[in-house]
Design a protein around this ligand. Structure first.
Ligand code: AVJ
Length: 320
């Protein structure tokens, strides 16, 4: 936990992000190569994700926005006014204003590890809601975060939209939910977006759009490795693949070698046989029961649940 405002990224003398290098070198050395999904989001990757939310096949953002837009009065009735809204991740452009408009909060506390983005989005939000105290906190919310004193006497509402919880394997997701419990405290509420299991073709298309935007998002990781870690991965020899694992109920993104390749990263040699892949992201999908089981395991009791009109996405209100 930190509220010092110090940058959380640890760089070496050459400006290389040490955690990025460690994750990439360890991940490429595994028999199933895998790199944690958080590294997809450099500036280019974050922009590409914004573009993904606009593609026809990627329904989650539209479906969740529809719910937040339509159910504001119900949220307000369920949570009351004057809560400190604690957002895990700094506010996305449309979803946060919809919630804040609906429930008349006492304060807004965005938590994010990326300080620059946090300050920008906080300033934009403060301008939109004059009179609402905004207290950004630069922190890793996978751990307990000390909230600002200004909100210590307010009841809390955690907000975790986007089905971002789905990027974690269940044991990490439970760790995160417990950290949220520790940060917010007993009696707090949590409004969380969780994407739903549905027809495999619809899911696969959402993660492999015809225009190739998701493919670019995935391939950007290889470009980032080349750029930041002095790699020479032949990016044109990789292709994007979205796989559905029906046992684990998740979409997996992979970068698949189109031919046998060899490359170096930070002077270390790696090779991939044709068809071999680097696993770059999981996006778990939930049923009503599996979403409740996960929340309960993390210390949160589900109280209400909403879906969009087409039943693609869920937003759940839970209590600590
Ligand atoms: C915003 C992280 C939840 O998993 O749906 C979109 C990321 N990856 N397309 C998701 C993503 C590929 C997205 N999350």
């Amino acid at each position: 936990t930190t509220d010092t405002g110090l940058a959380l990224v640890d760089r070496d003398e050459e400006g290389v992000d040490r955690a990025f290098r460690a994750d990439v070198l360890a991940g490429l050395a595994q028999s199933q190569k895998a790199i944690p999904a958080r590294w997809l989001y450099d500036d280019a990757g974050s922009q590409l994700f914004e573009d993904i939310t606009q593609v026809a096949e990627y329904y989650p953002t539209r479906a969740e926005t529809e719910i937040l837009d339509a159910r504001g009065q119900e949220f307000a009735a369920a949570v009351g006014t004057g809560r400190a809204v604690v957002e895990f991740g700094s506010g996305s452009s449309v979803k946060t204003p919809l919630l804040l408009t609906a429930i008349d909060p006492g304060a807004y506390v965005p938590l994010d590890i990326a300080g620059d983005f946090l300050r920008e989005s906080s300033a934009a939000l403060a301008a939109k809601f004059p009179g609402l105290p905004v207290h950004p906190v630069e922190a890793d919310f996978m751990r307990e975060v000390a909230l600002p004193d200004a909100v210590s006497d307010m009841p809390k509402l955690g907000f975790f939209p986007g089905s971002t919880i789905g990027n974690m394997v269940p044991r990490s997701a439970v760790d995160l939910l417990r950290a949220m419990f520790a940060t917010l405290g007993r009696g707090s509420k949590l409004l969380i977006g969780m994407d739903l299991i549905k027809d495999e073709a619809v899911l696969r298309a959402a993660y492999d759009d015809a225009a190739g935007v998701t493919g670019e998002f995935n391939l950007n990781l290889a470009r980032r490795i080349n750029r930041e870690l002095g790699g020479d991965i032949p990016v044109d020899a990789l292709r994007h693949e979205a796989r559905w694992d029906d046992n684990l109920a998740r979409i997996e993104m992979h970068l698949v070698a189109k031919r046998d390749i060899a490359f170096t990263v930070c002077g270390q040699e790696f090779s991939m046989a044709e068809g071999e892949s680097i696993h770059t992201e999981n996006s778990h999908k939930f049923s009503r029961r599996s979403s409740y089981a996960l929340l309960l395991a993390g210390g949160w009791t589900p109280q209400m649940r909403w879906k969009d009109a087409e039943g693609r996405f869920s937003v759940i209100l839970a209590e600590a």
